[in-house]
Design a protein around this ligand. Structure first.
Ligand code: GSH
Length: 232
């Protein structure tokens, strides 16, 4: 059975949603990153980047969330434009990479400097918050005249959007005001949250008891760079 290495963070949740949409049988395997399980050599042989998600599908191992989305959608020929030369396929690739290389990293750093950094750092927060907003505005503008990210068809690009969009009020530190600024993101998010697969994906984490405390031990695993700064 396909093994799905995950936790409840945005990148694994994209893949949980696709697995649920496809109805593929899978074994969810928790990787508790606050306990340092991402550094277990057995897991590192699956993902040398020591991050979730990753999957093992028979002889095939795939890590990095959007690579997994594309692999599974191609394998099943569902939720992705399959004509490799088509404009729709090119659009899917563009948006997948945009979310992987822009939305994800800038939102992640925005969360870090807003909520987790040991000292306030106005310069870093301003930079990442600015870039997170800039990227989310591009998505919001795009969704002002597209029902789904690729137009009329629901696809893995929407699933990849969903993983992060659920957290934008936290990412941007704006709470419900987020939706006044980004109403089109809210529209698609609400539409997707109605999907039974999205609800099952949200329920998945209840099967496992992930550590919730961000204590010193968790910080050691999550922010190993702090070791270089003696005073933190
Ligand atoms: N580019 C990767 C990023 C994966 C990633 O950053 N995963 C986070 C959870 S969303 C993680 O494993 N964090 C644990 C850590 O950084 O130690 C992807 O899209 O899968």
């Amino acid at each position: 059975m396909l093994q799905f290495f995950y936790n409840a963070a945005p990148n694994p949740m994209k893949v949980a949603l696709l697995l649920e949409e496809l109805g593929i049988a899978y074994e969810p395997i928790p990787v508790d990153t606050r306990k340092g399980q991402q550094f277990d050599p057995k897991f590192q042989s699956i993902n040398p980047n020591s991050k979730v998600p990753a999957i093992v599908d028979g002889d095939v191992t795939v890590f990095d969330s959007n690579a997994i989305l594309l692999y599974l959608a191609d394998r099943e020929q569902k939720f992705v434009p399959t004509d490799l030369k088509s404009s729709d396929r090119a659009k899917a690739l563009s948006w997948l990479m945009f979310i992987a290389s822009g939305i994800g990293p800038f939102s992640g750093q925005s969360v870090h400097f807003r909520h987790n950094a040991p000292q306030p750092n106005e310069y870093a927060l301003n930079r990442y918050d600015f870039e997170a907003h800039r990227h989310w505005k591009i998505i919001d503008d795009h969704l002002s005249n597209h029902t789904y990210m690729l137009g009329t068809e629901y696809s893995i690009v929407d699933m990849c959007f969903w993983g992060w969009a659920r957290l934008t009020p936290y990412v941007l530190g704006m709470g419900d005001k987020t939706w006044e600024t980004y109403p089109n993101i809210k529209r698609l998010l609400d539409l997707m949250n109605l999907r039974p697969a999205a609800q099952r994906a949200e329920e998945l984490k209840k099967q496992h008891a992930f550590k919730t405390e961000m204590d010193d031990d968790a910080k050691k695993y999550m922010y190993p760079q702090n070791l270089r700064l003696k005073k933190i």
